[in-house]
Design a protein around this ligand. Structure first.
Ligand code: GDP
Ligand code: MG
Length: 260
């Protein structure tokens, strides 16, 4: 079956996807709009295959990129069997969440509420949150998790199975994403630029892998960071190349893990 991950930016959609799949198929960051296009993460088990559709977060757009990202998120609501609606319990329930609820209200399919980031609040506080959210919509289930700590994420999979149709296996059992390894490696580099630079930089960049050479014991690749201004280029390179070195080091660590 197909499952959509829906929610405001930054609530932990991509983190949850990665912890369920067990590999970094979607990059994450504390800056909004990290996820730029629809990424499928595929979870395989003997009796089930769940295709998770990770989306850019839904938000009130104030520029073109935002409008485009929203459109992708809405698109995925129509094409799935179940919706996972994620919220961040460490934040107050706000208009942002209600805005998202409006989008799936008429979809007429099961919506499971995932209360994420429970590691950041107390048990009492969590009970209050459950009460607050449960009246907003008729959720099929409510599951508290910590995507980061992998707390209760297995329960999400178990519960989801109940709502999936008896359908054909869409991908073979070894497939974990619809994206190529090259795409994922480029995304990891983009994630590191996100993490290691200030606010305005990341949105103007694109990363891709130019070529990959697979040897007996290692993989050699050239990653390209495309910028639109010289000033951005200077920041990414850093003083005597210190920033680009740091980006490279951190990206290599994650890429090694991805490639085993
Ligand atoms: P997305 O925009 O919804 O895809 O959110 P991300 O998955 O990129 O996560 C946004 C930020 O929240 C990142 O810095 C994550 O490390 C952090 N995060 C995600 N899940 C949790 C969680 O369960 N607990 C805590 N403390 N942080 C989390
Ligand atoms: Mg994301």
């Amino acid at each position: 079956g197909f499952v959509s991950l829906i929610g405001r930016p930054n609530v932990g959609k991509s983190t949850l996807l990665n912890s369920i799949i067990g590999k970094k198929v979607a990059i994450t960051s504390s800056k909004p709009q990290t996820t730029r296009n629809i990424i499928q993460g595929i979870y395989n088990e003997e009796d089930a295959q769940i295709v998770f559709v990770d989306t850019p977060g839904i938000h009130k757009p104030n520029h073109k990129l935002g409008t485009y990202l929203n459109r992708q998120a809405y698109y995925s609501i129509d094409d799935v069997d179940v919706i996972l609606f994620l919220v961040d319990v460490s934040q107050n329930l706000g208009t942002g969440d209600k805005f998202v609820i409006e989008r799936f209200k008429n979809a007429n399919k099961p919506v499971i509420l995932i209360l994420n980031k429970i590691d950041k609040i107390s048990k009492d506080n969590l009970l209050e949150k459950i009460n607050e959210y449960k009246d907003l919509y008729e959720f099929s289930e409510i599951i508290p998790v910590s995507a980061l700590k992998k707390d209760n994420t297995k329960v999400v999979v178990e519960v989801l199975k109940k709502y999936l149709p008896d359908s054909v296996q869409f991908y073979d059992k070894e497939t974990i994403t619809n994206k190529s390894m090259e795409f994922l490696m480029g995304e990891i580099i983009r994630e590191k630029v996100f993490e290691l630079t200030e606010e305005e930089i990341p949105h103007s960049i694109t990363c891709y892998i130019e070529n990959v050479e697979r040897n007996k014991n290692n993989v050699v690749l050239n990653g390209v960071i495309v910028v639109d201004r010289d000033s951005v280029k200077r920041i990414i390179i850093g003083k005597q190349g210190s920033k680009i070195k740091e980006i490279g080091m951190e990206a290599r660590t994650d890429i090694e893990e991805l490639l085993d």
